[in-house]
Design a protein around this ligand. Structure first.
Ligand code: 2IT
Length: 447
């Protein structure tokens, strides 16, 4: 049994109830095998065994009172996964399907994503099984305050800096920031994705989506192609989709779909700049988590209930909804339609069997931990802005973001090339992200 096989088999035994976590670890470890062969000292110091075990996992009760005066109890999580290269950094996800396995998969991915940005941030993730959809503002505020009443003692600007993820936007961050400040009596950049009036970063809201499109642009460029005139299938309609659609429109591409848990929208005229782009924000703010109303508002568009958009023919596919939205079935549809480029916007949108199938069939894949790293990269810039008691302009942020995305693409491509794997961004991103973490962990001794 190879070192990787041994670690994976142990991992599966210990975490049998956490399939998403096993999936994320398997994807990374299988692709870094060539690096491990080159560095036998990693096995000798149990580097992988340490890497797959979070440094600290916090689970807590979140009691709150709903608008009817009924007491509700949710479960809160913060997994502080790896601090080898900086304070723990990563979002908070509020969604009913959140459990430890989801937070651990996201936290594990975050280690490598944050490493790829080239910035000094470790990996962490948190959240709750609280469902913000359909809740009143007052309920969301009470929940966020209760959540922070426990979380505050575990985080800090130099310790662990949470941000948003699914179900957590500027509103929730604001409520949590206010509660942190009351409890700690410290005004510090403990959360990112804040509002502009209290330390937030110009451009952070659109950063993830813009970064994804810059990454896709670099992928296409490698093959002598450009985004201009391309048809793009996008899934989701939240913050990440919104930024992605906006930048695609700016660069002359045409977005023909968006989607929600209720189905997908096909818009033959494109989800164009202006009214249509803005409507995504309205859909999000409605708190209903459905995209169907888009087709009522823009009657040229069609709503396909209960369906995913992956069967629609396009030049480029950008999933921006949630994990595992592309399985073998969708991968087969995409290949049959002649799909050439898949750039992952959401975290781990593709199952491992679908990923291998797509790659075997010549689809170029931009992996999420590289392609969507622009969000957390700008979060780190927000931390720097807060620590320096200053404010950066949108142009300063956009310029850094674009530079960071090009660097991530190039370092993934270079790592893949170095190990004789050709242009394999999936393996290259894992290798480049891992190498920095491994160097830092080796230098810091057994800890
Ligand atoms: O998945 C992600 O990278 C995020 N949700 C953003 C994390 C962050 O700390 O900005």
């Amino acid at each position: 049994m190879s070192y990787v096989e041994r670690v994976l088999s142990e991992l599966e035994k210990k975490n049998a109830e956490q399939p998403e976590f096993i999936q994320a670890v398997t994807e990374v470890l299988t692709s870094i095998a060539p690096v491990l062969e080159k560095h036998p000292e990693y096995e000798a110091s149990a580097l992988l065994e340490r890497l797959v075990e979070p440094e600290r996992q916090i689970m807590f009760r979140v009691p709150w009172v709903d608008d009817n005066g009924k007491v509700q109890v949710n479960r809160g999580f913060r997994v502080q996964f790896n601090s080898a290269i900086g304070p723990y950094k990563g979002g908070l996800r509020f969604a009913p399907n959140v459990y430890l396995g989801i937070i651990k998969f996201l936290g594990f991915e975050q280690i490598f994503k944050n490493s790829l940005t080239g910035l000094p941030i470790g990996g962490g993730k948190g959240g709750s099984d609280f469902d913000p959809n359909g809740k009143s503002d007052a309920e969301i505020m009470r929940f966020c305050q209760s959540f922070m009443t426990e979380l505050f003692r575990h985080i800090g600007a130099e310790t662990d800096v949470p941000a948003g993820d699914l179900g957590v936007g500027a509103k929730e961050i604001g409520y949590m920031f206010g509660q942190y400040k009351r409890l700690k009596n410290v005004y510090e950049g403990v959360l990112t994705g804040k509002g502009l009036a209290y330390g937030g970063l110009n451009g952070r809201t659109e950063a993830t989506g813009y970064g994804i499109v810059f990454f896709a642009r670099e992928m296409l460029k490698h093959f002598g192609e450009e985004l201009k005139g391309k048809e793009v299938v996008v899934s989701g309609f939240g913050n990440v989709s919104w930024g992605t659609v906006q930048k695609l429109n700016q660069l002359g591409a045409k977005v023909v779909t968006i989607s929600g848990p209720d189905g997908y929208i096909y818009d033959p005229d494109g989800v164009t700049a202006g009214e249509k782009e803005d409507y995504l924000l309205e859909l999000r703010a409605s708190g209903k988590n459905i995209c169907a109303p888009y087709a009522e508002k823009f009657p040229n568009a069609t709503f396909y209930p209960g369906k995913k958009p992956w069967g629609v023919k396009a030049d480029l596919y950008i999933p921006c909804a949630t994990q595992n939205e592309i399985t073998m079935k969708e991968a087969e549809e995409m290949v049959a339609n002649g799909c050439k480029f898949l750039c992952e916007g959401s975290n781990m949108p593709t199952t491992n069997d679908a990923l291998s199938y797509l790659q075997k069939n010549g689809v170029v894949v931009g992996p999420s931990k590289a392609a969507n790293a622009g969000g957390v990269a700008c979060s780190c810039i927000e931390m720097g802005q807060n620590a320096g008691h200053t404010v950066f302009s949108p142009d300063q942020v956009y310029a850094q973001l674009e530079n960071i995305m090009v660097n991530i693409h190039d370092s993934a491509a270079k790592a893949s090339e170095e190990y004789g794997l050709g242009y394999n961004l999936l393996a290259g991103a894992n290798i480049a992200g891992f190498q920095k973490i491994a160097d830092a962990m080796m230098a810091q001794g057994i800890c």
